[in-house]
Design a protein around this ligand. Structure first.
Ligand SMILES: Cc1cc2nc3c(=O)[nH]c(=O)nc-3n(C[C@H](O)[C@H](O)[C@H](O)COP(=O)(O)O)c2cc1C
Length: 465
């Protein structure tokens, strides 16, 4: 669905709507437009039956951004209630001539993945904020909530909320289920295996930077990664109405088989062709080719080298490109490499719906693409983040080599939580990819999505698609 928010029904926008309605898209489409000024619905429905008119009087309507909208609509002559992921095509109104020549430009980034998942744009947005994930889907993409550090109860609450707010629209959860974790959540056992040198290093950091010990855990120590905790998370996911399950690390058959039986679409993140082969064997429905540029846990192969190789391995299975995607030019490039969409993470970090601490937002906005480093100091696995005193300390001379997961989690987890809770500026940081260089100001998810769509259309138009 394409949504036009003309301020008033001008001759130009009427002509544009008619041109779009007349165009043969080769598949069923609903065209919608809305206006903040009341317009006689009969005037529009008399023009063309395929146009949905939303009579909107809210003052919250933004003309420069996509918004989510639930309201009364007139389809032909029938009045009905619609719940719509709205997609702004406002910028196209400024270039009506181009759209009249080629109305498909309204959504040139439509791929078969959009039909498969039921979204306007093949843009996955990974985020740890439920609000942001919902906003991504409501803006026409596919919101994926990173739930791997959440308890089963929190996962249940988040999925219930997403289902209530998003209904049949596409959304999902991402879990990380690394192999080799302890069987049970037993902190004392993990603690006992941490070397004294590592404890000393962390105690010294705490003292030098004045990190208060409030006795509370951090995100990585609220519970300790184990097979048992992963199974409890997965049980909740399988009992929900979830349409998409993404697996960041690990694809165990005890997850894949029941998920497939329930018709859940499985997404696997991979960083090398051999991982893609394994993901296909395990039953992945969509493969994310995540390149070295990416934020957080990342592999050794750059996005440009990786994506075409993964596309070749995957054949008919859809591949989406991840790692460094932050503008429409990146999306156009991903499509040119054979991907049918993109998977993004860093892009949403400074969105309002992410609710990040302003100190971290400032660091993200100040950082350029060369200001990220890969460190194992957060979780024991390679984790790309903005460079701060945290990463510098762990790579300084004399610093111990970080432990494996979950030992590193337990070693630093409480302190990481305390650093954030007490605003210990120099050590505060965030996972982020090299595309952090494109984050120039806070925005909303809808504004970011709207920008991506406009830029991709422009980029594809430039290369003659
Ligand atoms: C702060 C942050 C945390 C992330 N956490 C996870 C995670 O828990 N599970 C996962 O599969 N991917 C995670 N990712 C990776 C994203 O899913 C995605 O692949 C990546 O961000 C894409 O590259 P980009 O950062 O250049 O957009 C994270 C990314 C960021 C930036």
């Amino acid at each position: 669905m394409v949504m036009f928010p003309p301020r008033a029904l001008t001759t130009a926008s009427t002509r544009l709507l008619l041109a779009l309605a007349d165009h043969d898209y080769g598949r069923p489409v609903v065209l919608a437009f809305m206006s903040s000024v009341p317009i006689q619905s009969s005037k529009i429905s008399a023009l063309v039956e395929r146009i949905v008119y939303l009579a909107v009087s809210s003052t919250e309507i933004r003309h420069d951004a996509a918004i989510a909208y639930t309201g009364r609509a007139v389809i032909g002559k029938e009045e009905t209630t619609l719940r719509l992921p709205t997609v702004n095509c406002g910028p196209q109104l400024g270039t009506v001539g181009r759209n009249l020549e080629d109305p498909t430009m309204a959504n040139a980034l439509h791929t078969h993945l959009c039909d498969e998942l039921g979204c306007a744009y093949p843009i996955f947005g990974f985020t740890h904020s439920v609000d942001a994930a919902i906003a991504v889907t409501m803006s026409g993409g596919i919101g994926i909530w990173g739930g791997t550090r959440s308890t089963p109860e929190e996962i249940e609450a988040a999925l219930t909320r997403m289902h209530l707010e998003l209904g049949d629209l596409p959304y999902g959860i991402d879990l990380v289920i690394p192999p080799g974790m302890p069987e049970k959540d037993n902190r004392a056992e993990v603690e006992a295996a941490i070397p004294e040198q590592h404890r000393q290093f962390v105690a010294d950091l705490r003292e030098r930077y004045g990190v208060p010990d409030d006795g509370l855990p951090g995100m990585r120590t609220r519970f300790i990664r184990s097979e048992a905790s992963a199974r409890a998370q997965v049980d909740v996911v399988l009992d929900s109405n979830l349409p998409i399950l993404a697996l960041g690390i690990g694809s165990p058959s005890w997850v894949i088989e029941p998920a497939k039986e329930r018709g859940i679409k499985l997404v696997s993140l991979v960083g090398q062709p051999k991982h893609a082969e394994r993901a296909l064997q395990a039953g992945a429905d969509i493969v994310v080719a995540q390149g070295y540029d990416a934020g957080a846990h990342t592999g050794p192969v750059g996005t440009f080298s990786l994506v075409p190789q993964i596309v070749d391995v995957c054949g008919e299975v859809p591949v989406v490109a991840a790692g460094g995607v932050a503008t429409g030019r990146h999306i156009a490039a991903a499509l040119a490499m054979g991907a049918v969409g993109v998977w993004t993470g860093t892009l949403w970090l400074v969105c309002e719906e992410e609710h990040k601490d302003p100190k971290v937002v400032d660091k993200l906005i100040a950082a350029g693409s060369a200001d990220t480093v890969i460190s194992r100091a957060n979780s024991g696995k390679t984790f790309r983040q903005i460079r701060t005193s945290w990463s510098d300390e762990w790579s300084s001379e004399g610093a111990p080599s970080p432990l494996k997961m979950p030992y590193q989690d337990v070693l630093v987890g409480d302190m990481l939580g305390q650093i954030d809770r007490h605003g210990v500026g120099p050590l505060m940081h965030s996972g982020a990819g090299q595309s952090v260089g494109y984050l120039n100001a806070p925005s909303t998810v809808a504004e970011t999505m709207s920008r991506l769509v406009e830029e991709t259309n422009d980029a594809l138009h430039r290369i003659g698609r």
